[in-house]
Design a protein around this ligand. Structure first.
Ligand SMILES: [Zn+2]
Ligand SMILES: [Zn+2]
Length: 343
């Protein structure tokens, strides 16, 4: 099979081609696993965190990519949930122990044995991959392969973030940062909480205009105060300043949900501006979002088909993965980036 692999952690400012194109043996499915022939894989900001060492793979070489769409090509012993040819998706959750208290509660995202697709196990920047059938799920026909891929991370984690805000219809929600995940959250809110107003904080005019087009009642820069205090805010930025600003925009008892696997270090000193009475007192809460559970993926993909939510995508060939990653790093964003994969 063909794959684009990461051989070592590096700085993208010094190495603009961190992934190497290789030929390797196609894996064979273990018991209860399926072998997928991959047709599309989304390109995610988390890959930059892996490449630059903020959440590095435990071993190398590693095949990145955790928004995988493929068709079942072969099945291991005892795998019987899918037929050959079925189209399935695989998200960030590659597997979990299945036995701990979190796994029993459907919160496998918190399992100590959680393994991430494309970090702890080979992922979708390749023509084939194996995965346990319990962690693959059917993809509704509403979506093309390229449309479905970005939903598996940005969409599913946006869905989990929105769930963790505890938002009720009519309450005001803020979104700080307006990339792949936030714009899908805005579409979900319009559908699930039609009486809720959404306020969007984004650096670029283009993102703000896009947010208004999708129904945000107010947009401003990340440092602008919202015109009213908000019940909850979801932060999807890689930075710290928006966290402090968001706490200022929350009302008493409000909750900030941080949807970021890692924060970058560049503006960490912004945290020293944290003023307890203004930013935290009055029972304001901060909660992070960790990974996704299988239920988030299954529930979200069905919700996305019903609404429907279709992401705008920009396609690249598998061999162009480095270019797609650099464009993401340099914030040249025109829709969600997806590798189209042909073997
Ligand atoms: Zn992702
Ligand atoms: Zn577990």
């Amino acid at each position: 099979m063909k794959a684009m692999v990461l051989n070592q952690v590096c700085r993208l400012s010094e190495n603009r081609a961190p992934l190497d194109r290789v030929e390797m043996a196609t894996p064979e499915p273990e018991p209860a696993e399926i072998l997928l022939k991959i047709s599309a894989c989304g390109v995610c900001h988390t890959e930059l965190d892996e490449i630059e060492g903020r959440t590095p793979p435990p071993r190398f070489p590693m095949i990145l990519g955790h928004q995988v769409i493929g068709r079942v090509e072969a099945k291991g012993n005892g795998a019987n949930r899918f037929e050959a040819g079925d189209r399935v998706g695989v998200g960030w959750i590659f597997s979990a122990c299945g036995a701990c208290e979190y796994c029993h509660q459907g919160e496998e995202n918190l399992c100590e044995g959680f393994l991430a697709t494309g970090r702890d196990a080979p992922g979708g920047y390749a023509t084939h991959m194996c995965v346990a059938e319990d962690f693959a799920f059917p993809v509704p026909d509403t979506f093309s392969d390229a449309e479905a891929a970005p939903l598996l991370c940005a969409g599913a984690i946006g869905y989990r973030s929105l769930r963790l805000t505890g938002l009720k219809d009519g309450q005001r929600l803020g979104l700080t940062g307006f990339g792949a995940s936030a714009h899908l959250v805005l579409k979900m809110v319009r559908h699930q909480y039609p009486r809720s107003e959404v306020f969007v904080f984004a650096r670029s005019h283009r993102e703000r205009a896009f947010a208004e087009e999708l129904g945000a009642v107010w947009t401003g820069d990340t440092g602008d105060p919202a015109p009213v205090k908000l019940d909850s805010i979801i932060d999807t930025t890689p930075a710290w300043k928006p966290v402090v600003e968001a706490l200022n925009n929350l009302k008493s008892g409000g909750r900030l949900v941080i949807n970021a696997i890692r924060k970058e270090e560049v503006d960490k000193d912004e945290l020293l501006r944290l003023d307890y009475p203004r930013h935290l007192w009055m029972e304001k809460e901060i909660k992070s979002v960790a990974n996704v559970a299988t239920r988030d993926l299954r529930e979200f993909i069905d919700l996305a088909a019903r609404i429907p939510i279709k992401p705008t995508v920009q396609e690249f060939a598998l061999e162009e993965a480095n270019r797609a990653l650099m464009e993401l790093k340099e914030r040249k964003i025109r829709g969600a980036k997806v590798l189209r994969i042909e073997s």
